[in-house]
Design a protein around this ligand. Structure first.
Ligand code: FES
Ligand SMILES: [Fe+2]
Length: 284
């Protein structure tokens, strides 16, 4: 069994856990163990993950079916960034900053809606659906301000199989190429043709990894979902998918395939409470 780094008073919590993780990643598969508790409870490590993962990777915000028409929008929060996801007049889906360029009020205050333009409620600055500033009441262009040069910042976004992803720092490599190895597994479900019918949100009082890890495995289906999932997808007929760099999951060996992807789990991440509070897990 691998040796975990000794706890040193001069080693930060994050550095220590990263060293531990590097050791754990080398452990042979048949010796694998659950991560030590600190990975789920350390506030310092959670803060590190927010910056090193949620700000730098592609994060799924929702499905394009939630904003089918020009002017449809929804708002989201991701690592404290306020986001405005909108379909503009060219039917392009954009992920804009939902922070007014004047004094920082939210441009859209509802969780979802439809608008011809966005008018900030504080002083009335008005933005087009693509983020351009259209009007700033009583303020004239001058040497140091130009309406034409002012707009809501836009984040890098990509649509994969109907799902809207954002990359906050704009430096991640293209998402589609990273996920292409999984397409043979889901091709028969025609995901890009699927319709958005409804959404539900749950807030789990737990560290975000508990959800991701739960949706990675079918091991718990028979014991925990004895009356619901077990009759159709018993644990004994689940198998792990071959891992990719950008995905993991499991499938049902016979009949139809149930596929739970890490990335698609994040479809519901519209609220950073999911990863803000690293409470201990409480199963009921
Ligand atoms: S803060 Fe938006 S118009 Fe002033
Ligand atoms: Fe489950």
């Amino acid at each position: 069994m691998a040796t975990i780094a000794k706890r040193g008073a001069d080693v930060s919590e994050v550095q220590r856990l990263r060293t531990d993780l590097a050791v754990l990643r080398q452990v042979p598969r048949d010796q694998a163990r659950a991560l030590p508790a600190a990975f789920y409870t350390s506030r310092e490590y959670l803060e590190f993950e927010r910056e090193a993962l949620f700000r730098t990777q592609w994060i799924c915000l929702g499905h394009i079916g939630a904003i089918p028409n020009v002017g449809d929008y929804f708002t989201a929060e991701l690592v404290d960034e306020q986001l405005l996801i909108v379909r503009d007049t060219t039917a392009t889906v954009r992920v804009l900053s939902n922070v007014c360029r004047h004094r920082g009020s939210p441009v859209a205050t509802l969780s979802a809606g439809h608008a011809a333009r966005f008018v900030c409620g504080y002083h009335g600055w008005t933005y087009a659906l693509d983020g351009r500033l259209l009007a700033a009441p009583l303020i004239k262009d001058g040497e140091h301000f130009s309406k034409a040069a002012c707009r809501l910042p836009q984040f890098a976004s990509e649509i994969w199989q109907g799902y809207i992803f954002v990359n906050l720092d704009g430096a991640a490599p293209p998402l589609g190429a990273a996920l292409s190895p999984i397409e043979p597994y889901i091709r028969n479900y025609h995901p890009s043709e699927q319709q958005f019918l409804y959404e539900a949100q749950e807030v789990w009082q737990t560290n975000w990894k508990c959800l991701v890890e739960n949706f990675m495995e079918g091991y718990h289906l028979s014991p925990l979902h004895a009356k619901t999932l077990h009759p159709v997808t018993p644990t004994g007929l689940c198998e792990k998918l071959p891992d990719g760099d950008a995905f993991t999951g499991y499938r049902y060996i016979f009949g139809f395939v149930l596929l739970f992807l890490d990335l698609l789990f994040l479809i519901s991440v519209k609220d950073s409470r999911y990863y803000r509070e690293p409470y201990a897990v409480e199963y009921q």
